[in-house]
Design a protein around this ligand. Structure first.
Ligand SMILES: *Cc1c(COP(=O)(O)O)cnc(C)c1O
Length: 455
C-alpha cells in the first residue's frame, strides 16, 4: 500500500501542476513562504508526536472501529484537496458536487431506493441529526424511539432538536424488542423509530421487517442507522448465508438511511451519508424554494443539508476508492467485507470451543464480544477479569494485542448464561471490531494471544 502510494504521489502533484498551468502564472506571496529546513524539522516533530498512537493499520489492533483509509482514498482526497473545493454549493465545487450526487445515487441504489434525496455529511452523527431533523418536520410533536443498544448520539441529537426520546428495551440478542415497541406505541405517541442495522457495541441487527409491519399499524417513520453496518448489505443478498439478509433486504422500505463511508467504506474521517426515500422532504431544508426545485438536476447540496462547508475532497476520495473497489457482492468492497465477516465467524467458532473464553453473543456482522471464562460466575468478577485481560494483552511487550472494552447490561449475559450471578447491573466484557480484511488470516494468532492472557 505505501509502495503504491509513494509511486502515485508524484502523479497527483503533476496533475495539480497541469491544473494550475491553465491560468496565468503568478508568484506565491512572500508571506506564505516557509523555509525548507524548518518545514522538515516541523515534520520530524510531528512524526515524533504521532508515535503516540495505537497501530490502527495492524491486524493485532482489534479494538475499536479504526483503520487507515485505503490508499486510493488518500490519493483521491489529496488530488481534490489541492484544489480544495467546497461541496456546499455547485459553484464552490462543481466537479466534486457532481461526483457527490453520483455517489449518493450509487449508495441509494445499493440500499434499493429507486428515488432518493441525499448527500454526504461530515459524520454519522450529523447524518443522523439530519434524518431526525427531517423526521421532526414530518412528524411534528411526536417522539423518537430507539433501542437501548442504539448509538448514544441519538438521545443527544433528540435533545438538540428538542424532540422527546424514548428507549425501547433490547432482547437477548441485543436487538430492539419488537413486542416492547408495539406496547410502547399503544401508550406513547411515537412518530419515528430508529432501527440500527449493526449496533456499535455488538453489531446486532434490529428486526427491521417486524418494525416495518409495526409502521403500518402505528404510522411512524423508520430511520435506519446503518452507520457501521450499512455496507454489509452488499453481502447479505446471496444464498451463502453469510449475513442475515432479512433486515438488509427490507432496508429500501425505510424512510431514511445513514451509512458512514468512513467506517466500512475505506475512507478517512469526515465522510458520512444520509439518504431519504422521498425526495420531497428536501422542502424542509429551505423555506422559499418550491418543492420541484429538489427534483431538478441542478440542486445545490448546501440547500439540502444542515452543514455549510464540507470537503469536496471527501467525495473525490470515495469516488476513486469505489472506482477500484466497487459496491459489488463478491468483488470490490463486498470481497473486503466477506473477509471481515469470515474473521468474526471463525473467531466466534474458536471462542465457542475454548475453555478460557466465552461469547457474549453470536456475531451478526464483524464485531465479536466475549469474556474471559475463569470459572468466575459473578458479573463483577467477570468485569474485573475482562479489564485485566484488556490491560495484559495491550501491555504485552513482544506481542501486543489491542482489544476494546464494552459495558453491556448484565441481563444480556444471564440470558445466555443463566448460572451467572447478576451482582451488578452492568458487566464489562471484551470486544473486537474485526474490520480489516487481514483479520481473516490473523484470527488464530489473536485468539491464542487472548487465551494466553486469561489468568
Ligand atoms: C459510529 C456510529 C454512529 C456515529 O457516527 P460518527 O461517524 O462516529 O459520528 C452512529 N450510529 C452508529 C450505529 C455508529 O456505529
Amino acid at each position: 500500500m505505501l509502495d503504491q502510494l509513494a509511486a502515485m504521489l508524484p502523479d497527483v502533484i503533476d496533475a495539480q501542476r497541469r491544473f494550475r498551468a491553465r491560468w496565468l502564472p503568478f508568484h506565491e506571496d512572500d508571506s506564505l513562504q516557509v523555509d525548507d529546513r524548518l518545514l522538515r524539522e516541523g515534520l520530524q516533530e510531528l512524526e515524533a508526536r504521532l508515535q503516540d498512537n495505537y497501530p490502527f493499520f495492524h491486524p493485532m489492533y482489534a479494538g475499536q472501529m479504526l483503520k487507515p483509509p485505503h490508499h486510493a482514498a488518500v490519493l483521491g482526497y489529496l488530488a481534490a484537496m489541492l484544489i480544495n473545493p467546497n461541496n456546499h454549493a455547485l459553484d464552490g465545487g462543481p466537479a466534486t458536487g457532481q461526483i457527490e450526487k453520483e455517489l449518493t445515487t450509487d449508495l441509494a441504489r445499493m440500499f434499493g431506493y429507486k428515488e432518493h434525496l441525499g448527500h454526504l455529511t461530515s459524520s454519522g452523527t450529523i447524518a443522523n441529526l439530519e434524518a431526525l431533523y427531517i423526521a421532526r418536520h414530518e412528524q411534528p410533536g411526536r417522539a423518537v424511539a430507539f433501542s437501548s443498544q442504539a448509538h448514544y448520539t441519538h438521545s443527544r441529537m433528540c435533545e438538540v432538536l428538542g424532540i422527546r426520546a424514548v428507549e425501547v428495551p433490547a432482547d437477548a440478542g441485543g436487538r430492539m424488542d419488537p413486542d416492547a415497541l408495539n406496547t410502547l406505541c399503544l401508550s406513547e405517541d411515537i412518530g419515528t423509530v430508529v432501527a440500527t442495522l449493526g449496533t456499535t457495541g455488538v453489531g446486532a441487527l434490529d428486526p427491521l421487517p417486524r418494525m416495518l409491519e409495526l409502521r403500518e399499524r402505528h404510522g411512524f417513520r423508520i430511520h435506519v442507522d446503518a452507520a457501521y453496518g450499512g455496507f454489509f448489505t452488499l453481502i447479505a443478498d446471496d444464498a451463502q448465508d453469510c449475513v442475515d439478509s432479512a433486515a438488509f433486504e427490507a432496508i429500501g422500505e425505510a424512510d431514511s438511511i445513514v451509512v458512514d463511508p468512513h467506517k466500512h467504506g475505506l475512507q478517512p474521517y469526515g465522510c458520512g451519508c444520509v439518504l431519504f426515500r422521498d425526495p420531497a422532504v428536501g422542502r424542509h431544508y429551505v423555506h422559499d424554494s418550491p418543492y420541484t426545485y429538489f427534483t431538478s438536476d441542478d440542486l445545490h447540496l448546501g440547500e439540502i443539508s444542515l452543514e455549510c462547508s464540507r470537503a469536496g475532497a471527501s467525495a473525490a476520495a470515495l469516488w476513486l476508492t469505489l472506482r477500484l473497489l466497487p459496491l459489488a457482492s463478491d468483488t470490490g468492497l463486498g470481497a473486503v467485507l466477506r473477509r471481515c465477516r469470515s474473521a468474526a465467524l471463525e473467531w466466534s467458532e474458536r471462542i465457542r470451543t475454548s475453555d478460557r473464553l466465552s461469547l457474549v453473543l453470536e456475531p451478526e456482522l464483524d464485531i465479536v464480544a466475549f469474556f474471559p471464562d475463569t470459572g468466575e460466575r459473578s458479573a463483577s468478577g467477570i468485569s474485573a477479569h475482562a479489564a485485566d485481560v484488556f490491560e495484559r494483552t495491550m501491555n504485552d511487550e513482544e506481542n501486543p494485542l489491542y482489544l476494546s472494552k464494552l459495558r453491556v447490561p448484565t441481563s444480556l449475559l444471564t440470558a445466555r448464561y443463566p448460572d451467572l450471578r447478576a451482582d451488578a447491573e452492568w458487566t464489562t466484557v471484551l470486544r473486537s471490531a474485526l474490520m480489516k480484511p487481514e483479520h481473516a488470516s490473523w484470527v488464530e494468532r489473536i485468539h491464542t494471544t487472548v487465551e494466553q492472557h486469561v489468568m
